[in-house]
Design a protein around this ligand. Sequence first.
Ligand SMILES: [Fe+2]
Ligand SMILES: [Fe+2]
Length: 131
Amino acid sequence: MKHFIQHGRISTYEHAASVTRLSFYLNRRLRLGASDPELVRGAFLHDFYLYDWHDSASHKRLHGFHHPVVALKNAMQRYALSPVEQNIIKSHMWPLTLFSVPKCRAAVIVCLADKICSAYETVVRKRSFPC
Ligand SMILES: [Fe+2]
Ligand SMILES: [Fe+2]
């Protein structure tokens, strides 16, 4: 993940770390009640697709729609994931992925944190989220 660019100059690893930190912060600060271990694992693996999405030859389908499925497949090949962690990864692009809906608090938190971090990295600072 450190070798692939996510947004601007931000690597996928840095993006995942930012999403994880923001998700953890929101869960604790707003007392949302999601399981911290599942939230952190799902958040860190949510973009575990392991290719350069800017290179069209590196993937077969539209990246935005399909990378959650690739990330989930890669993560499940390496780790034993709970249903919550699986839902976090698969649904993080909702509502773009219309039928992959966040079904638990942790998935809703990561879905939101991903959008905040992505917008911040792309538009505002072009570096990792400072929290
Ligand atoms: Fe993603
Ligand atoms: Fe992401």
